[in-house]
Design a protein around this ligand. Sequence first.
Ligand SMILES: *[C@@H]1O[C@H](CO)[C@@H](O)[C@H](O)[C@H]1NC(C)=O
Ligand SMILES: *[C@@H]1O[C@H](CO)[C@@H](O)[C@H](O)[C@H]1NC(C)=O
Ligand SMILES: *[C@@H]1O[C@H](CO)[C@@H](O)[C@H](O)[C@H]1NC(C)=O
Length: 344
Amino acid sequence: MGRFHYLLGLLLLFVCSFLWIASSLAKQPPSIVLTHESCVCNEDKVTAASGAVIIPSVRPEPPIEDMKRISNPKIPSHLPIANSHDHHTQSAIPFKLWQKAGSQRINDARQKDIHSWLDVNPHLRHEILTDDSADEYVRQHFAEYPDILNHYLSLPVPILKADLLRQLILYIDGGIWSDLDVTCHRPISTWIPEQYKNKTNIVVGLEFDGFQFASWTIMTKPKTSHIVAVIKYVVDKLKATAAQHHVTTAELNMTMINDVVELTGPQAMTVAILQNLQKEMGIPVGRANITNIKEPTLFQDVLVLPNAAFASRQGGYPEDRGPYLVEHHYAGSWKNANGGETKS
Ligand SMILES: *[C@@H]1O[C@H](CO)[C@@H](O)[C@H](O)[C@H]1NC(C)=O
Ligand SMILES: *[C@@H]1O[C@H](CO)[C@@H](O)[C@H](O)[C@H]1NC(C)=O
Ligand SMILES: *[C@@H]1O[C@H](CO)[C@@H](O)[C@H](O)[C@H]1NC(C)=O
């Protein structure tokens, strides 16, 4: 009997010792897990073995789809916009004039027009692009935006290309665009009235008809949302017109285009800017708001000048609408069957 009790005691001691060791082993893994925390590769295994709850130290990666979209933008609406409407932190409008020559020699009348800009604005920087240097400019700056680049390069009608080119330059570099057949009469530094200087990102002038922005002369900061809207509008319209005629944009010709002014020209620019303003301001903005204004009028960050400013000649030199800033001679050579000069 005594012997039996002795054996039972030993057995109990053994069982207790076993349970104690087992339970202290079970408590140990957390310290192992901690030492493994920085090791991403083993973490899952350790967690599973110990049964302890561990919050993963590595965040899940964003879906690849999203990352691709950020680093590889392909459509015009993804052109980055630098000029928000927080005017105080914005840079000045670059003091540079951009122009483009056709494939033929610049004649004496146009030379005089070019000199007028430099006479009136002695500090103005100036660049005249040719067909080839313009293509190169667009290739360099829009390499990441094949939708814009390829459509621009493929356009066979010179006036369509010229219309789009100015918008692309004004987006990338800003400054002043002017066609070659424009004389400058007043210093550019006087174009924006003092009270609007800190609020203006883009300056447009009405044509003589009083309700459309001229596209022969435009002044803007680079990378504004308004020029992005114009580029998107024009590229979309070109694609739609080509699709309507069952051709590519490279096969578009003047027979297929009802109205250049509406497709890529001043009307397209006007519609796109007004639509964009309406979207951003959240109130109606349309033709009625700009028609026949008599003084410079600011819509958010878009300064609209009366027709006297850029279209005084065609507007009959109105006397009640402020200074005549530039004069457009309508020497444009695009109104022919080819839509512009062709290489001869
Ligand atoms: C425009 O901004 C500059 C710099 O912030 C400031 O010195 C100047 O007074 C402002 N002008 C007006 C008209 O608000
Ligand atoms: C434009 O293309 C169409 C279809 O190919 C052709 O019939 C027309 O003559 C062309 N017009 C011009 C101005 O080249
Ligand atoms: C444009 O005109 C409409 C109608 O008169 C008016 O309701 C709207 O506020 C105007 N928009 C701006 C930006 O002035």
